[in-house]
Design a protein around this ligand. Structure first.
Ligand code: NI
Length: 268
């Protein structure tokens, strides 16, 4: 496992922009509006299956070993997901949102495909330094991918892309020449980026202390055992946090908003 938070996130970012070139372009665009030229990453999100070998806790171990602490618990009943978020004692380090798909709630056919994939993950793979950006550890056919994505977009995405950051998130609070999330959205649309409009472009708001928006995922070629498919890869998110009554910025997540953000990797 990484000994250093910054090197872990550098590895995650390099892997993420390989299949999310628009994130690199947006990062450059927003850097021009930031005095420090530095974009602060609010959080990343990671996905997995709840199978013992690769479950949420196996991913979380990489962050706990770097001093992160578990904070919120979330349930997404319709998407069959359980999630937790983690925070570092240094509030300038990104938060981490990890979800896992409750495989037993899927059809027998989907369960068989997923169990066959997870069986191919080598023992000990999940503790490797680069596990969180190691991609897939399985061979899966295009037909199996289509079966999964038809039933659970999340399961299909995992089959195609495996372990990597599903998204990074620009902290709007830290942009010095932009005050509001709506301004970020306008700028992105002016530059031709497509936003996720499921549930409205802005999810949440001051009333829940967190407003979020995101691009629709880029498309990239995913490798299957019998060829390639161009499918949604990863997306970029934008978060504006609000002060609570105690004067502190809210640091959690809002389940109703996250539920819609997951749809940024839907086929459109
Ligand atoms: Ni997010």
């Amino acid at each position: 496992m990484h000994k250093n938070v910054d090197s872990l996130f550098a590895g995650l970012w390099a892997n993420y922009v390989e299949i999310t070139p628009s994130a690199d372009k947006i990062h450059a665009l927003l850097s021009k509006t930031s005095k420090s030229m530095d974009i602060v990453n609010d959080h990343i999100a990671l996905r997995t299956f709840d199978c013992e070998k690769v479950n949420l806790s196996k991913l979380a171990a990489h962050f706990l070993s770097l001093g992160y602490e578990q904070k919120g618990d979330y349930d997404f009943a319709a998407k069959k997901l359980t999630a937790q978020h983690f925070e570092h004692p240094n509030p300038n380090q990104p938060k981490v949102f990890i979800s896992e798909l409750r495989v037993a709630e899927l059809s027998n056919q989907a369960q068989r495909i997923i169990h066959k994939m997870v069986e191919q993950v080598a023992e000990g793979a999940t503790t490797a330094d680069d596990f969180l950006y190691s991609g897939t550890h399985w061979n899966v056919t295009k037909d199996d991918y289509r079966t999964l994505v038809h039933e659970s977009e999340y399961a299909g995405w995992m089959a195609a892309w495996g372990y990597r950051a599903n998204h990074f998130t620009v902290s709007v609070n830290h942009l010095s020449h932009i005050e509001e999330l709506a301004e970020v959205n306008s700028l992105l649309k002016q530059h031709g980026f497509v936003l996720n409009s499921s549930g409205g472009e802005i999810k949440g708001g001051a009333e829940v202390y967190l407003a979020q928006s995101s691009t629709m995922a880029d498309h990239a070629n995913a490798q299957f055992s019998d060829g390639e498919l161009s499918i949604p890869s990863c997306f970029y998110e934008f978060a504006q946090r609000y002060e609570m009554n105690n004067g502190q910025l809210y640091q959690g997540f809002v389940a109703a908003s996250a539920d819609k953000i997951f749809e940024s990797t839907n086929q459109n």
